[in-house]
Write a new protein. Sequence first.
Length: 232
Amino acid sequence: MNHIKKIIPSYAIIPLICVLSVNFIAYGLSKLIVSDATHYSLLLPIDKKFPFVPEFVIIYIAAFAQWIIGFLLIAQEGKEFCHRFFSAEITAKLICFIFFLFFPTMISRPEITDTDLCSRLCAMIYAVDTPVNCFPSVHCLESWVCLRSAFELTKTARRGKGYKYAYIIYSALMTLSVFASVVLIKQHFFLDIIGGIAVFEIGMFICRRTGSYRIFRLRGSKTQQSPERTRQ
């Protein structure tokens, strides 16, 4: 049990559950609600210059590992840090939900005829993930969260400057590669990348100005007070 708490501290459990729940609502539920609505294209001239490069599907899939690592490090950094970043993440996803509902977008994807491994992986993603909910890009949003937090992590710095710098470099290279992957396998438009970055920054701004992240402290406060009430 103690080993599990080191990986996911108790104060991070509810925020993580909220993050996953809001992600499902924002991305999954919105598809059902606007399935018959008119969807818009954000195709720009620059998007036409991006070739279809199926090999980048490896980066697209590897992003999930980046998120797991990044979110666990955020959770382990400390209560306030964890609550602040995950609150901003939740706020950003709610903003995404608004866009998905009131400005639904769609992308036209190429027909895949090649049978190499990367092409097959792209075809699998196309089959599982419908070409909607493009703006803002949730893929880019999540990788940006990991990169954004990498600069502020202090526990990685305690392990040595080299460790911290290595993680920052890894996060930067991985995030930029994810940005490239979403347009090179034709899952997103260029503007979707900008949108993914912007909504998290807006979410972070809202949480800092309103202090909304403190809502996660309420449960902890009640738990800490209960023994005192028992003794009284």
